[in-house]
Design a protein around this ligand. Structure first.
Ligand SMILES: *[C@@H]1O[C@H](CO)[C@@H](O)[C@H](O)[C@H]1NC(C)=O
Ligand SMILES: *[C@@H]1O[C@H](CO)[C@@H](O)[C@H](O)[C@H]1NC(C)=O
Ligand SMILES: *[C@@H]1O[C@H](CO)[C@@H](O)[C@H](O)[C@H]1NC(C)=O
Ligand SMILES: *[C@@H]1O[C@H](CO)[C@@H](O)[C@H](O)[C@H]1NC(C)=O
Ligand SMILES: *[C@@H]1O[C@H](CO)[C@@H](O)[C@H](O)[C@H]1NC(C)=O
Ligand SMILES: *[C@@H]1O[C@H](CO)[C@@H](O)[C@H](O)[C@H]1NC(C)=O
Length: 416
């Protein structure tokens, strides 16, 4: 519960000696009011939450977090002028983060053995390659692409999420898979239709195995062998809808739609299919929003039940995907609940800012109520609701930055 404008004015007074609008590339920021997107970006960089270091080396998710945060900053700095909007040096961070990943990513066996998360680094590596055309970055991209092609898949062609979990596919894989496949097809193999076919097949299988007929929501994942104790005997589906997994899926759809329209990564039929999936899911997600906060519960379809809570990674992801979908013209009119798409998203966003974002003593922004990680090893209700909450998890802060940025574009009128 903070007053961002007043605080930013206080904090930023005197900090912008280097403010140089003449050299600005993106939209310059008024020194008196750093937008939340930029402020949270600076905070993650200042805390060193998304870089390999002694502090993060034991975090099994650190590679995904670096990839996710890097792609967030890459996008943000195309819109905002990093010099006037950032207190930290965004360019140096992007380089340092990508460099820190090189030794790990050049290990082909490691890339095959890692969770699908590893492919979320593709955008960060491509960004550095694009700047310098350095052969090392190309080698990393080649290694990642080979690893993707060498990874195990189920009998229908869906990717296993992780070598150690045979035959299990997670909604979580949709985002890294879609992001890296889009980059590879756009820049290296624009005529190779197999790339899009493989991706679309994976997205289809996830939806077909995992969607609930009644609500339209999509559960966390499926076991193609149907042998897990929790697997639905017909579909292999897991029992619960996890907000972050669905968040990955909806983000993957809207980003893919944008890529299809900008870079022709899909055929027209595939593009229309992704559009339908995105649109239907947007309505479904809005239907499931919590009435009071406008946000989403960690275990969806079970709002208000014991142990469940409004979770900030999934909620931020939905705010982002809904606002972006509206901005790009994929969502318009009223939702089945009668509210507008952007109104629904703003309601949750305002809740997040007022209730889970906080100002730290050192001037950084903090974010609460992000669940650490959830897998399909024992996907009971109690499992999801008893996983630890990670304060300032990049799984929450990176989507919050994306959500904030969409919100800011909306307020500034850069919006149809
Ligand atoms: C590469 O990754 C594999 C599998 O994770 C690991 O066993 C091996 O030690 C790694 N090699 C190097 C040189 O780090
Ligand atoms: C390419 O990038 C790698 C990793 O940053 C660096 O070690 C190498 O010196 C660079 N090579 C050239 C020719 O710039
Ligand atoms: C297209 O990409 C797939 C990998 O997704 C690869 O196996 C195939 O060889 C590529 N096709 C061509 C013609 O290069
Ligand atoms: C994966 O599932 C298939 C059936 O879909 C089964 O034949 C195969 O043995 C399973 N693989 C493993 C490693 O469990
Ligand atoms: C398994 O999935 C099917 C198809 O969604 C559904 O009709 C059925 O009720 C599910 N079975 C159980 C036990 O939930
Ligand atoms: C939320 O509001 C809708 C419409 O007003 C109502 O039908 C629904 O029962 C409410 N849900 C809860 C959990 O209060």
């Amino acid at each position: 519960m903070i007053n961002p404008i007043a605080f930013a004015t206080l904090l930023l007074a005197g900090l912008f000696g280097h403010f140089q609008p003449a050299t600005a590339v993106g939209r310059a920021c008024d020194p008196g009011s750093r937008p939340y997107s930029a402020w949270m970006t600076d905070s993650v960089i200042a805390r060193q939450d998304a870089i390999l270091s002694g502090k993060t080396e034991d975090d099994v998710s650190i590679v995904f977090k670096i990839g996710l945060f890097e792609s967030t900053v890459i996008r943000l700095k195309e819109y905002y002028d990093a010099d006037s909007c950032g207190k930290e040096d965004w360019h140096s961070y992007l380089l340092a983060g990508a460099e820190s990943l090189i030794p790990r990513l050049l290990n082909l066996t490691g890339d095959i053995d890692a969770p699908m998360d590893v492919f979320a680094t593709g955008e960060a590596i491509y960004h550095q390659y694009d700047r310098a055309h350095n052969a090392t970055y190309k080698q990393v991209l080649d290694t990642l692409w080979q690893a993707l092609n060498d990874r195990p898949r189920n009998s229908e062609g869906g990717f296993w999420f992780y070598k150690n979990y045979p035959n299990l596919s997670y909604l979580d894989e949709s985002y890294p898979l879609s992001s890296f496949s889009s980059i590879w097809k756009t820049y290296f193999e624009p005529t190779n239709t197999t790339i899009a076919d493989t991706l679309i097949n994976d997205l289809d299988l996830l939806k077909n195995h995992c969607h609930h007929d009644d609500t339209g929501l999509i559960v966390h994942g499926y076991d193609a062998s149907k042998s897990a104790s929790w697997a639905n005997a017909t579909t292999g589906a897991s029992p619960y809808v996890w907000d972050r997994a669905l968040g990955w899926y909806h983000m993957a759809l809207v980003d893919l739609l944008e890529n299809a329209d900008k870079n022709a990564v899909l055929s027209q039929t595939q593009r229309n299919d992704v559009y339908t999936k995105f649109y239907n899911l947007a309505n479904t997600i809005i239907n499931d929003a919590d009435n009071a906060t406008g946000c989403w519960w960690q275990v969806m379809e079970h709002g208000g039940q014991k142990g469940n809570y409004i979770e900030t990674s999934g909620s931020s992801m939905f705010v982002y995907s809904l606002l972006k979908g509206a901005r790009l013209g994929y969502l318009s009119g009223a939702t089945p609940k009668g509210v507008g798409y952007t109104d629904a998203a703003h309601k949750c966003y305002n809740y997040l800012v007022d209730h889970v974002v906080s100002k730290e003593e050192d001037g950084t922004l903090g974010l609460d109520q992000t669940v650490s990680v959830c897998s399909l090893t024992t996907p009971t209700y109690e499992y999801y609701t008893s996983q630890p909450i990670d304060y300032n998890s990049v799984y929450g802060t990176a989507p919050f930055i994306l959500a904030s940025w969409e919100h800011e574009m909306f307020l500034s009128g850069d919006f149809p």
